[in-house]
Structures are given as C-alpha cells and as structure tokens.
Design a protein around this ligand. Structure first.
Ligand code: GDP
Ligand code: ZN
Length: 294
C-alpha cells in the first residue's frame, strides 16, 4: 500500500490544471482540491501550500493555500518579495518617468526593490546611479554581456521571490541567463521577438536558484493600479520625500507648487533629484485626473 503524506511547499508552475509543488521531498505534481473551484479560489504560482501526496508516485492534491502576502497581476504570481527593476545606461537610454512608475508600483506592493543599471560596458550610467542611490535604493551597475557584478545581484536574490521588471531591450532576459547560467531565456532585438510572442502563451514559472531563492521567469512591467492611489498617498511612493513631508508649512501640502513646501526646498537644494520630483508631478496629475473622473 502506498503511504499518503502531508507536507508544505511552494507552487512553482501551473499548467492545464496541474500544479507543480516544490517540497523537501522534491517536486510533486498536484491537482487542486475540488472545493477550491466551488469557493472560486485558483492556486497561483508562488503560493505557499499544504499538500497531501503519495510518496511513491510523487503526485497529490493541494489541500490548503496559506494566506498571500501579495498578488502581482502581470505576471500573475503570489508572494513576490522583491522586484528587480532593470534599466540600461544606454541603448535604450532609460525613460525615467516609466522607471519611477515601476518603482512606485513596487512600493505600493510593499516588495523590496533592487535597481539594476545594465549595459555598463556601453556607458557607466553614473548619472542614473546617482539619482537612485541618492533616493535611497540599492543600485547595482551590471553588464550582462561581461558578467559584471552578477554575483552582487545573485546575493540579493537569496531567500527572495524576485520578479524582474523593466522595458523591452534593457537586458532582462540576458540577466536571467547570467543568473541561471543557462540560455533558457530568449534574448535579442525587440523587432524579432514581437512576432513570435504573439503565438505563444507564456506561463509564469518560479525558477529555483542554486544558492536559494526563486526568480520568476516572465519579466513584466510593474503594473500600476491607480485605484489604490489618491492625491494624499502618492507622495508616500517616493521614499526620499518621507523625511520632509511632515515639515511642510501646510498639513495638506501636495508638494507640487506650495510656498513653504519642504520637499520642494530639498529639491532646490539638490537633496531630492529633479527627475524624481518631475515623475512625482506627473503621477500626481494622473491620479488627480483619475479621481476627478470618478
Ligand atoms: P529584454 O527585452 O529586457 O529581455 O532584453 P534582452 O536580454 O533580450 O537584451 C536586449 C538586447 O540588449 C540584446 O541584443 C542583448 O544582446 C543586449 N544586451 C543585453 N545585456 C547587455 C549588456 O550588458 N551589454 C550590451 N552591450 N548589450 C546587452
Ligand atoms: Zn510639501
């Protein structure tokens, strides 16, 4: 008779109604307990689960999903602990507004953030390093081409579930290949890939790293959910504003134009970067317009 066992694990992949659960006893192929469907619950990649399984056949059923720390929409993954935001110092030069939007969305999801400035073989990217280091982020200049500082990045990935975010062409896939020491991720010019992408449905998967930690194999954009934002909390997504926002003259200061605004003063003194404040102004406007339209 086969022995039925119970254990905890992490869902690393979900395809066609099967969930692959990483456990101390290896990878177990599971169905979801029938009642999940009735309850309208779909297990997600990244879910911490309790499973009941057959030790011999390594198959079983997901019996319980532990409470989720967060749920990312694109790619759909639960319990992400960190976002690696990738920009390239050149080719393409970063769009700082989009970068700041991705960062704001990471702050909103309450995940740790590491910023990678890739392609340092083309340009050292010091200008961007300074902006984000000054804002209080962990910034790693890397070159996927020359394998530069990939070890520093690997250290940051330990014990985390990390999603990579950033625009096309910045080198996310190249970096994932460096990290996993493989060629599993398709890289190349953007124009080549758009066509192929149309015909394949991508399922997100967690890839277990040698030194511990998982990366999510489908890079995304930080998806920005404006419904969670309002004009009062938008400034909270810019971590370097924090020390100043309580010193503004007006308690309801929007940090956009007011006299006696401590954030504006810090910007004028060069403590807060102009580009970061400009991004804040644009996000603030967008949030305000969205609020007015509701
Ligand atoms: P993704 O769209 O963000 O996944 O970017 P890819 O990894 O596909 O890279 C886009 C292009 O940039 C490819 O032609 C890569 O060879 C190139 N690339 C990636 N990393 C580097 C790097 O560190 N230095 C240089 N010079 N080129 C890179
Ligand atoms: Zn202010």
């Amino acid at each position: 008779m086969n022995e039925v066992k119970k254990t905890d694990g992490t869902i690393t992949k979900g395809i066609g109604g099967f969930y692959y659960v990483d456990t101390a006893d290896g990878c177990i192929e599971c169905r979801a307990r029938g009642s999940f469907r009735k309850e309208g619950i779909t297990p997600l990649v990244g879910d911490k689960v309790c499973i009941i399984y057959d030790e011999k056949t390594k198959s079983g059923a997901v019996d319980k999903i532990y409470p989720r720390r967060n749920v990312l929409l694109r790619p759909p993954v639960a319990n992400v602990t960190q976002m690696a935001v990738v920009i390239s110092s050149a080719s393409p030069k970063p769009n700082l507004y989009l970068t700041d939007k991705i960062l704001a969305s990471a702050e909103l999801s309450e995940v740790d953030i590491v910023i990678c400035i890739n392609k340092t073989d083309l340009d050292n990217g010091k200008e961007f390093f300074d902006i984000y280091e000054r804002a209080g982020f962990c910034v790693i200049p890397i070159s996927a081409k020359n394998n530069e500082n990939i070890d520093l990045l690997k250290n940051k990935l330990k014990d985390n579930i990390t999603v990579f975010a950033g625009n096309s062409g910045v080198g996310k896939s190249s970096i994932l290949n460096c990290i996993t020491e493989s060629n599993a991720f398709e890289t190349g010019e953007i124009s080549d890939r758009v066509e192929r992408g149309k015909h394949t449905t991508r399922h997100s998967e967690l890839v277990l790293l040698k030194n511990g930690g998982y990366i999510i194999d489908t890079p995304g954009f930080g998806s920005f959910d404006f419904s969670l934002l309002n004009v009062e909390n938008a400034a909270g997504l810019f971590r370097e504003f924090e020390p100043y926002i309580y010193s503004c003259k007006f308690r309801d200061c929007s940090h956009t134009v007011e006299k006696g605004c401590a954030v504006l003063k810090a910007m004028e003194e060069g403590v807060i970067s102009k580009s970061r404040h400009e991004s804040y102004l644009r996000i603030f406007e967008e949030v305000k317009n969205a609020q007015n339209n509701n």
